[in-house]
Design a binder for this molecule. Structure first.
Ligand code: HEM
Length: 406
């Protein structure tokens, strides 16, 4: 740490304020300095500083997700860091408002000095996209140029390579979701039960009213609605169809991980799923805020340069507009989960087996239900008839066990 003449550490030394404040060199300095260029530089620099902080948080979250077993204390840290990223993004979305106080005419006075410099060359922005999980094949090219072609120095290229090769937050989320309790065939077999519930719901709420309808025109419309809803659910219930969407890039998560996300969303009220549900919500927030960032940026660009080409050589407004799309959402599937939620009354009821697995069955309740002796008092419920598989006799007494969401 730099201390001046052996003096005690000062605010300026610690934060290297002088260094920081010496980085605003106006391209228009000299005869005709343009007042607003100062704001232009400061705005970009603060964005880059916040990007740095976001990357710092994301790296730590990815690190935590990489641990083989994720207990609840770590989930809490993940939640607090993701929440920090969300708050930073809220700020970044609004920060464009300040730069909007610059007029296009003022910008024009120094824009020529920028030559080919462009936000397109922001390395940290690309690292951020890659580390979240934006897919390479989803990116929109401009002038047949790949975004990486603007980075030629070894350090940047290495960082980009690492951001692509190390597991993105999306991949880590997928691995985590695939281990969601409740998906195992021999404990709860959520997927089998969910399919039955969906079919029951579609039949009772949509098909039966069609059968009762006497007006032919109305009957036809209602039947079409039923068919549409059924096809929508079919796109997840039929694994081949699901995988087709994955191949087309319209879905990102594996089928198993998607099931996990659905379990968490449907049973979010259970204490065990509260934290995982918060993780899913925060990731959706990040994607949503990044889309808002892109939107506010493109609005600023249109206001400043209309449909002029960008300094980086793109079509400018047209190119940037195209990036406000689902193609750039890493956690797209989390948004689409809502399509597949079914009313609580149709949700597959929890069996004793899964309650034990989730450690939400109190010891007294277990004794009451005879769990300790290995019998399952819920075995007569419709859910258990569907399950049919015996509970593994793992000696897990639930209430005494440390809660671990692997
Ligand atoms: C007067 C203000 C601004 C104008 C006119 C502007 C213009 C543009 C244009 C035209 C592009 C497309 C690439 C090109 O051909 O150059 C672009 C990309 C970009 N700009 Fe800006 N920009 C402005 C402010 C900002 C600010 C404040 C940031 C904050 C870091 C920023 C970050 C970026 C990033 C990251 C990209 C790449 C986006 C992508 O490829 O998806 N820009 N900008």
């Amino acid at each position: 740490m730099e201390r001046k003449n052996g003096n005690p550490l000062s605010y300026g030394d610690y934060l290297q304020v002088q260094k920081l404040l010496n980085c605003q060199t106006l391209s228009s300095a000299g005869d005709k300095p343009v007042h607003d260029e100062h704001l232009f530089i400061i705005t970009h620099q603060t964005y880059e500083l916040w990007f740095k902080q976001v990357l710092f948080e994301l790296d730590s979250v990815r690190e935590l997700f990489m641990t083989p077993v994720l207990d609840e204390s770590k989930t809490l840290v993940i939640i607090s860091r993701l929440n920090r990223v969300v708050q930073i993004f809220r700020l970044l979305v609004d920060q464009f408002l300040i730069l909007e106080t610059m007029t296009p005419l003022d910008f024009l006075e120094f824009r020529g000095n920028l030559e080919k410099a462009s936000g397109f060359q922001s390395l940290q922005f690309r690292l951020l996209e890659n580390k979240l999980g934006v897919k390479e094949e989803s990116r929109i090219k401009y002038n047949q140029q790949h975004y990486q072609s603007v980075f030629s120095d070894t350090k940047s290229m290495e960082l980009l390579k690492d951001s692509l090769e190390s597991p993105s937050l999306l991949i880590l989320l997928q691995r985590w979701l695939e281990r969601t309790p409740g998906l195992e065939d021999n404990v709860f077999n959520f997927w089998k039960k969910y399919q039955i519930s969906v079919n029951r719901w579609l039949e009772e709420k949509l098909l039966q009213p069609v059968e009762k309808e006497t007006d032919p025109k109305r009957k036809e419309t209602m039947m079409a609605e039923y068919q549409k809803e059924k096809d929508t659910f079919d796109s997840i219930l039929n694994i081949d169809k699901y995988n087709m969407y994955v191949e087309r890039g319209e879905r990102r998560l594996s089928h198993k991980a998607f099931q996990g996300a659905l379990v968490i969303s449907l049973y979010r009220d259970l204490p065990r799923f509260n934290q995982p549900f918060q993780v899913l919500t925060l990731l959706t927030d990040i994607d949503s805020l990044l889309t808002k960032w892109r939107y506010n940026h493109v609005m600023l660009v249109q206001r400043m340069i209309g449909s002029k080409v960008g300094t980086g050589g793109s079509s400018g407004y047209q190119y940037l507009r195209a990036t406000i799309s689902d193609r750039y959402k890493a956690f797209l599937d989390l948004f689409n989960l809502s399509t597949f939620l079914i009313p609580r009354e149709y949700q597959p009821p929890l069996t004793t087996n899964i309650k034990r697995r989730l450690s939400i069955l109190s010891l007294s309740k277990q004794e009451e239900e005879g769990v300790s002796s290995g019998s399952d008092s819920n075995s007569g419920s419709s859910a258990d008839v569907v399950d049919g598989s015996p509970a593994p006799d793992d000696g897990d007494t639930g209430a005494n066990k440390k809660v671990v969401f692997e």
